[in-house]
Design a binder for this molecule. Sequence first.
Ligand code: GDP
Ligand code: MG
Length: 624
Amino acid sequence: MKNIRNFAIIAHIDHGKSTLADRFLELSGAIDKRKMKDQFLDRMDLERERGITIKMQPVRMIYHSRTNSEYILNLIDTPGHVDFSYEVSRSLAAVEGAILLVDATQGIQAQTMGNYQLAKKQGLTIIPAINKIDLPNAQIEEVEKQIMDLCGISQKEIYKVSAKTGEGVEELLWAVIEKIPSPIEDDKKPLRALVFDSIYDNHRGVISYVRIVDGEVRGGETGFLMASETFFKVAEVGIFRPWLEKKEVLSSGEIGYIVTGLKEPVKVRVGDTITKFKKFSPSYRGANPKNKNDKTVKEAEKNRHSSIVGIERLPGYKEPEPMVFASVYPTSNENIETLKNAIQKLKLNDPSLVYKTEFFSALGQGFCLGFLGLLHLEIVKERLEREYKVDVIFTTPSVNYKVVIKNDLVKDVFRASDFPARDQIEKILEPWVRLEIITPLNFVGAVMQLKDRHRLNYLTTQYLGTLIILVFEAPLSEIIINFYDKLKSATEGYASMSYEFLEYREGDLVKLEILLAGDKEESLAKIVHRRFLEEEARKMVEKLKSVLPRENFAVAIQAVAENRIIARETLPALKKDVTGYLYGGDRTRKMKLWKKQKEGKKRLKERGKIRLSTKAYLDILKME
Ligand code: GDP
Ligand code: MG
């Protein structure tokens, strides 16, 4: 008998998911005491350094109840930051239930709501729990009211735990066993396994993380990826401890991994269904199987294929919807193929990353990437550099614009330098989102102060227990860059936000360009709203003045829009004493040197190219 429970822990960031998972691991004795460390399931260096979960992490535990029954618990720890919500939605498709954890000192926050909605849509059993009840400023009753409002449940259905001290944790684990249904198992059906994640192993190729929906799979069998129509030999199957542990067989209802041996990462797509051939020995009736044109051989091969006909693919996942875009280029000593390879492998493990090839003259050949947010971008950059050891340059991130040109043609553009000429443009559309800000009542005023500066339109107010939800519509470009930081500091960290795409709307947008010594510097162009044009232009020229190295001649830094100079600074020339080595009086010799210097400067200026160095470019990006 298989007593399986598959569940995820979901919450807003920092509400204690990974710490609760630690306690579960201890209760089930899954990890050797000497190996145990805080947030054990945060296994990437990057996660440990930043103290956040970036990747979902499955783990199997065996739990012996007090009545001595044995349960197999497959837990998936998930990230709580909105930029990694694609990880959460994929995890939820692999389980039957979820623990919704809420920090007793913070209450319900944006991702509590977001993840709750995701779990509900999947039809999962949801077990709400309040965490951090050990803290003196825990507001248990208030948070209870919020959860009752959100989930429409009674007070006694809410568990109260401290993931730190362990209080209440065993009761919660027991609730998982009692309330979450075990998976429907049917080993007799043909195999259908949902690929919910994958990693690339340099020796073993793609290893897919799967939920076995129907049937079973063993090492040595022939697997088939239904969407990409790719056959492979199952090299090994196994489970997560959380490290990979080999097993004989994975059966329906289980969560585990399949080593595919495939070396092309693009063949394995998340959301695909893995099935397999039945054990089948084609009957060649004496014909030579190598002779592919032989009628008997053809017939036999056809039968082999028929064993997978009629198997329906699992629904899979919605494509991720990138919010911000940037281009990425290899630095000069790096090769474009290496970068491509790295991106494909990273995409395997982070399917929310969207990419396409592009060409960009100033920085050479590169890729256009789409991200779910700025933290996502930052993590992608770090992972490319650390895990794949490629040195990369990213351009300034931007939202996507739809530029309507003459004859109603619409062009998707995210980089200002790709904007058509001004007289070609009929109008520019920018993405708008529905923005929800959750805040305690006393910070409503502070939130409203951000409204005007960021072009938000107020829509309505909703209530959740003691919390206020302010609903706005907003241009995505306004809230994606550093709005969240401002919101946090205006509300002492209490407010949180979430947003979803609404539509594209016409905007009074202007292309701001930068001229260095009279030359356009394409990589510094940007799209700004007319209202902020002057302010933005000033900021840009001042920034440039502070980061550009001085030349032998003075350099004009100009910000231009619609053929008008909006702001200007001058970077003074480098003063070099060319006569320093001359002693005493011979004035004519000095005059000669000065004259030569002047001519040199003039020549330089005529040649006149200021090349923006990569370093200066990066310095500017950092200041953004
Ligand atoms: P996650 O982002 O939801 O995975 O949260 P973590 O498990 O990484 O925890 C975030 C922070 O809260 C860490 O500093 C934990 O030590 C702390 N924490 C988690 N649970 C508790 C708890 O029950 N009590 C207290 N006092 N701190 C907790
Ligand atoms: Mg975590």
